[in-house]
Write a protein that binds this ligand. Sequence first.
Ligand SMILES: Nc1ncnc2c1ncn2[C@@H]1O[C@H](COP(=O)(O)OP(=O)(O)O)[C@@H](O)[C@H]1O
Ligand SMILES: O=P(O)(O)OC[C@H]1O[C@](O)(COP(=O)(O)O)[C@@H](O)[C@@H]1O
Ligand SMILES: [Mg+2]
Length: 319
Amino acid sequence: MRKIAVLTSGGDAPGMNVAIRAVVREGIRLGCEVFGVYGGYEGLIEGKIRRLSERDVGGIIHRGGTMLQTSRSERFRTAEGRAQAVRQLQASGIEGVVVIGGNGSFEGAKKLEAEGVATVCIPGTIDNDMPGTEMTLGFDTAVNTVVEAADRIRDTSFSHDRIGLIEVMGRHSGSIALWAGVACGAEYVIVPEIEFRIEDLIRKLQASIRDGKRHSIILSAEGVGSGADIASRIKAMAGYDVRTTVLGHLQRGGSPTAADRVLGSRWGVEAVHLLTRGERGRLLGIVNNRIVAHRYDDPIRQENQSDISLATILQNLSI
Ligand SMILES: Nc1ncnc2c1ncn2[C@@H]1O[C@H](COP(=O)(O)OP(=O)(O)O)[C@@H](O)[C@H]1O
Ligand SMILES: O=P(O)(O)OC[C@H]1O[C@](O)(COP(=O)(O)O)[C@@H](O)[C@@H]1O
Ligand SMILES: [Mg+2]
């Protein structure tokens, strides 16, 4: 395979640029022509494809977002849209595509593979909700961003004897809330994977207050609903002063952590090696710090889908 392309799709994630850089530089090192598709699957349909040099991916290793930009493409969900995408690749003589994205993008990559295009998928999403991997690209950075914010909110919550409720991202996943919750010493975490009873939360807050601690940090994942609604219910039932912060897209940007930079580099290089060896239809992952490549048609185990044992640790360590 001599012509390969790389694209980013779905929600952006810190570290996507690192993976793009690795695909381009390793591809060229091995004698390939490497193309960037601009704007995810939507850009592919529109033929926004440009050859990239090693220099074109200089100065991006430390930058969040994706230099190729991304999209959520309704057209790519249709057979006509995908047929147009395949035609665009054929017109440029591209035989293999590295797709960097989340679970939706992975579904798209499987469809592209079924249409005859060789694909390898790199799990890139802050949500950490993909099968076959203990970690997704961008998750570590997002967790660190949340921890930094939560530390700041704890400072002011302590000063005012308040409850700080922080709503974090995770479309259907509590992973960010669980990891950041343990890391910032949160008193409570509310995630879609665990049934939430507001009475339990209020009992815990009351016990803290009886014990002389009058501030607490609660992390709620967006998948359980609005943090502001939960805060209103706490106020209505127990009368506590609760301030809500929705971190939102703050969590999606920013410079990737070293862990994400190393992961993105390893996956980018591996994706190129697979395609140039003719191994296609693979979803990359990391398990026990080893890079793995699952075949799309293998039953892919979820290695670490929201480790809810973290909620028990958090519960037992917070007082
Ligand atoms: N079942 C599917 N078939 C074809 N394309 C899909 C499918 N699911 C998702 N996609 C494509 O992948 C894009 C990104 O998916 P999305 O779920 O929004 O983000 P992410 O990949 O970050 O999880 C979608 O906008 C769509 O173009
Ligand atoms: O970019 P948008 O459209 O605001 O989407 C927000 C969603 O994207 C995420 O930030 C990341 O999810 P994906 O990587 O799967 O797209 C979710 O946590 C959130 O629910
Ligand atoms: Mg997703």
